[in-house]
Structures are given as structure tokens and as C-alpha cells.
Design a protein around this ligand. Structure first.
Ligand code: GLY
Length: 283
């Protein structure tokens, strides 16, 4: 099986960001290359973790360092991972002060309780030796002072490894300036889902993604025999009827990689196969 990997750095509105589309292109291009190299020598889960960690470390993305602040000035982050190999979804919701929410989500995989939220998720991370980390950056503080609500910057990776395993992961700081405790889509099966047939990671307005049960819906349609591209097209036909705003990356067991979005939303993505890397960016 030829390994394949697709990543996203959120939906395409920059919302007054100090970063340009070229900045996102450059960051995604480097990260997709690193994650693909990892995929070739490890497996889908390790590649997803590696790719998401790199984006969580890069402050231009709304995940980990550089995550957005909620209305009370606190950063609460969410992340999830699902791997077809063990059919296991795990996640953290509104965790605080960790550098890599995706790693906390990952160690919950296969445990008795696989999704933790709030203060207890943070406590769980400390018990598991995740040190305190302050994710707040200057530019997010400035956005917060301007009460900026956004839709962009969530990160995600979907990978297919040589053994045919598919893994999907997503990490986010939410939409910014939201009511404290709001829960988006990323650490639900609407935002992140994978089986041996297909995997999906979403970005955009979490409430809309949850209403459509997006990731699980696309994967289920593929499992029931619909080609991935048709499953994604159908999903967005439905979503556009509601004037929703979100996008997704997806990949199936045959190595097809499909990006989809509602009207007026572009997904900042990059993909890699044996022929090389491509990003969303057009000169
Ligand atoms: N899609 C990220 C969020 O709505 O929280």
C-alpha cells in the first residue's frame, strides 16, 4: 500500500490575522513533508501525532501554542485521534496549559474512559507527566482584546499507512472569544473520525459541523459503498442548504484524498504521496 497523508491548518478566512496565505503555505509544506517522512518509517498513528505536534508548536495555527482565548481570557483546547487499527476514538475537551493536547488525547486511546473534559482533563495530563505550558501568544492576546471571533486555524491530519491503517486527528483552540466552556466539533465524531474505509478531519464552525455529524457521516457513506468524492460532494450539497461554514480533509482506503468546503470557505491544506507535496496555495 502506498502511504498517503493530508493535513489542514484550518479554514481560509484570515480574520485580520497578521499572517498571510503564503505563510500558511510555507508552514504546511514543511510540515506535510516531515509528517510524510514519518509515515514512511512508522505508521498512520505516529504520522498523525507528529504532524499535529508540529502544528501545535507553530503559533500561526490555532492549536497548542497560539490557540485562541475564550471570553474570560482563558485558553481551552480540544483534540482527538481515531485509528482504524483498533477502531478507537479518544479525545480531550477544553484542556488547559499543555503544549500538545493531541498527545493527551492519544494516551487515552484504549483506556477505560477515552474522552475527558475540562479541569479533570488537565489534571489527567499532569498525572501523566505533561508539564505546565502557557500557549498564549502576543498576537492572540491582541485578537482577544479586539474581541475577535474566528473560524480558522484548527489543525488536522489524516494518514494511510503501508498496512492500510487509516488514522485521523484534529486539534483546536476553538473559535475565539466564545463563551467559556463552549465545546466545538474537533473532539467529537463529527469533527474527527476514521475506520478502515476512510478518515476525516474537519475545520470551521463547530456548531455547523456537529449539526451535520460531518466526519462520521462521510465515513459511513463510504463504508456503505459510496465513492469518497461523492460522499464529500453530497455532504456539502446538504450543508450549503443551511448556509453552513466549514471544510474537511479526507482520505480513503484506496488512497484517494479529497478536500471539501461549504460556500465562502477555503481549506488551508497540504497533501503528500509518492509523487510529492501539494498545498492549497495558488500563485
Ligand atoms: N472547528 C473548531 C471549533 O469550532 O471549535
Amino acid at each position: 500500500m502506498e502511504p498517503k497523508l493530508i493535513i489542514h491548518g484550518g479554514a481560509g478566512q484570515l480574520e485580520g490575522s497578521i499572517f498571510t496565505f503564503l505563510d500558511y503555505h510555507n508552514a504546511l509544506l514543511e510540515i506535510v513533508g516531515d509528517a510524510y517522512a514519518k509515515l514512511k518509517v512508522t505508521n498512520a498513528r505516529e504520522a498523525v501525532l507528529h504532524g499535529i505536534r508540529l502544528m501545535e508548536e507553530n503559533p500561526i495555527f490555532n492549536a497548542g501554542k497560539g490557540a485562541r482565548l475564550q471570553k474570560d481570557g482563558q485558553v481551552r483546547m480540544s483534540a482527538a485521534i481515531m485509528n482504524s487499527k483498533d477502531n478507537s476514538f479518544s479525545g480531550v475537551i477544553n484542556i488547559q496549559n499543555v503544549e500538545h493536547p493531541i498527545d493527551v488525547a492519544n494516551i487515552l486511546s484504549g483506556q477505560k474512559y477515552t474522552v475527558l473534559g475540562g479541569h479533570e482533563a488537565t489534571e489527567f495530563s499532569r498525572l501523566n507527566q505533561f508539564p505546565y505550558f502557557n500557549p498564549i501568544t502576543e498576537h492572540r492576546l491582541k485578537e482577544y482584546k479586539n474581541a475577535l471571533i474566528g473560524e480558522s486555524g484548527t489543525v488536522g491530519v489524516v494518514a494511510l499507512d503501508q498496512e492500510g491503517n487509516i488514522c485521523a486527528g484534529t486539534s483546536t483552540g476553538g473559535v475565539g472569544y466564545e463563551v467559556p466552556g463552549r465545546i466545538g466539533d474537533s473532539a467529537t465524531v463529527a469533527g474527527t473520525y476514521a475506520t478502515k474505509f476512510a478518515g476525516v478531519s474537519c475545520t470551521g464552525k463547530g456548531e455547523h459541523i456537529i449539526n451535520q455529524a460531518v466526519a462520521a457521516r462521510v465515513v459511513t457513506r463510504v463504508e456503505d459503498g459510496m465513492p469518497l468524492v461523492d460522499a464529500v460532494d453530497k455532504l456539502f450539497e446538504e450543508a450549503n442548504q443551511f448556509h453552513y461554514r466549514f471544510g474537511l480533509i479526507s482520505l480513503d482506503k484506496n488512497g484517494n484524498m479529497v478536500v471539501g468546503n461549504t460556500k465562502n470557505v477555503d481549506v488551508l491544506y497540504a497533501k503528500h504521496d509518492a509523487s510529492g507535496a501539494k498545498t492549497f496555495y495558488k500563485n
